[in-house]
Design a protein around this ligand. Structure first.
Ligand code: SF4
Length: 422
């Protein structure tokens, strides 16, 4: 028996339809199980219970064996003086406050069904891709979307930490925060940090000085990104010449070599072509953030991104690699990823900071309206029968896998709860 399972039983209050008693035979009613405490001190706080005729409000301590109270030396810790109930799997020893008053005890071993414990053991001992892989038939997939929506919100909340960091570095400048966060999206997983660094060095104010001259803007951006240091190809040499002629007084330092990675990337994901697409987007839209916020459908954003490039980047992936007829403009799949990884989390954060629920809703609505991404994790969930049609669902699943399945937090998972109940 594990204590975390007892926490789950207490939290979910699974015996609510039974007449329950303390080990002294007093009728027990659990009115509010309390809030889980992850810091030092009793396990649940602010619980409300009735023992006999008396109402108690206070803390709950949970152990597998009652004797752990003494083992953990709670008798010397003042934080435990407010415990109103000791919840244990087995009361192997009676436990007293130092006043010799017995702490009321609630024993679980005779009221929890063996099936539930067996289900839990099966999940915890499972070596499958996800622990519940062989029990997915117990999950009501019609209702799965609700559970996944909660995981999507958690994922969006997680991203607010990074956004909060960027927001504070820009001194609360929303346009600049969006500029840096969107740039990060252009770099995808491999070059996300490099793109964010580049956008940090090239604030919108500096970029705007060159948006009416594409070659100057490209010289500035590729120069600061470090791609012109050893220029040998014609167009790179040309941009290098322009870069060196730019006024030096307010130019940032060039990023060190090796910040951008080409390794194992497909040509369409090379950082050079992504930078060219990024430059096009910024130079085409002076008021990018307000344009995005005023969009009524995610397709508008996708069409925004998938615009053909001009000049040299029309038919090159790098300064030396021609595209040989392959399109160099951002594709719909990439635009969708930008929307999923950058735009939706930003709108969610923006709405949260401004107290604007509609903006937060737009973030989740847009993810509901576009198709889910395809990758090996999503394919596996799809084979198991989980819903994967929308980006909201696939994002929820990716969060579930990383934060719950991989840590075997099945007790915290809405699908785990269904399996326990079965
Ligand atoms: S966390 Fe949920 S989905 Fe993942 S293995 Fe456990 S019960 Fe299944």
């Amino acid at each position: 028996m594990k204590e975390e399972l007892l926490h789950y039983f207490w939290r979910t209050h699974r015996w609510r339809d039974q007449n329950i008693f303390t080990t002294d035979g007093q009728p027990l009613q659990i009115i509010v199980p309390g809030d889980l405490n992850k810091d030092a001190g009793p396990d649940f706080s602010n619980a409300k219970i009735r023992i006999g005729d008396e109402l108690w409000i206070g803390n709950i301590e949970i152990h597998v064996k009652a004797s752990e109270w003494y083992l953990h030396q709670h008798q010397y810790d003042p934080q435990y003086k407010t415990v109103i109930l000791h919840v244990v799997w087995s009361e192997d020893q009676q436990v007293y406050f130092d006043s010799n008053r017995k702490i009321p005890c609630f024993e679980l071993k005779n009221i929890i069904s063996k099936d539930i414990i067996d289900n839990y053991e099966r999940l915890m001992n499972s070596a499958f891709w996800i622990a519940c892989e062989k029990q997915v038939d117990k999950i009501d997939m019609q209702k799965a979307a609700f559970g996944l929506n909660a995981k999507l919100i958690e994922k969006l909340q997680d991203k607010t930490t990074l956004l909060e960091h960027i927001y504070s570095k820009t001194n609360g400048d929303w346009n600049e925060t969006f500029h840096r966060f969107l740039a990060r999206g252009f770099g995808l997983n491999v070059n996300g940090t490099a793109f964010e660094l580049l956008a940090e060095k090239l604030p919108l104010e500096l970029i705007r000085k060159y948006t009416n001259d594409t070659e100057k803007l490209e010289a500035l951006v590729f120069g600061i990104a470090g791609f012109l240091n050893n220029a040998s190809e014609d167009y790179a040499v040309k941009l290098k010449g322009i870069f060196e002629s730019l006024p030096k007084n307010n130019l940032p330092e060039i990023l060190p070599e090796g910040v951008f990675k080409f390794f194992r990337a497909r040509p369409s994901n090379f950082p050079t072509i992504r930078i060219a697409q990024w430059i096009k987007l910024i130079s085409d839209h002076d008021l990018l953030l307000s344009e995005v916020v005023s969009m009524s459908h995610p397709d508008e954003f996708i069409n925004f991104i998938c615009r053909p490039l001009n000049g040299f980047w029309q038919n090159h992936f790098t300064f030396s690699a021609p595209s040989n007829g392959f399109p160099t403009q951002a594709g719909k799949e990439f635009a969708k990823l930008l929307l999923i990884n950058s735009v939706a989390p930003f709108l969610f954060f923006y709405g949260k900071k401004l107290g604007n629920i509609e903006l937060q809703q737009t973030a989740t609505d847009w993810l509901d309206e576009i198709k889910g991404e395809k990758n090996t994790i999503i394919k596996k969930f799809q084979e198991l029968g989980f819903p994967t049609s929308t980006a909201a669902q696939t994002q929820g699943l990716l969060h579930l896998k990383k934060k719950y399945c991989e840590c075997k937090l099945c007790l915290e998972c809405p699908f785990g709860a269904q399996i326990f109940r079965s």
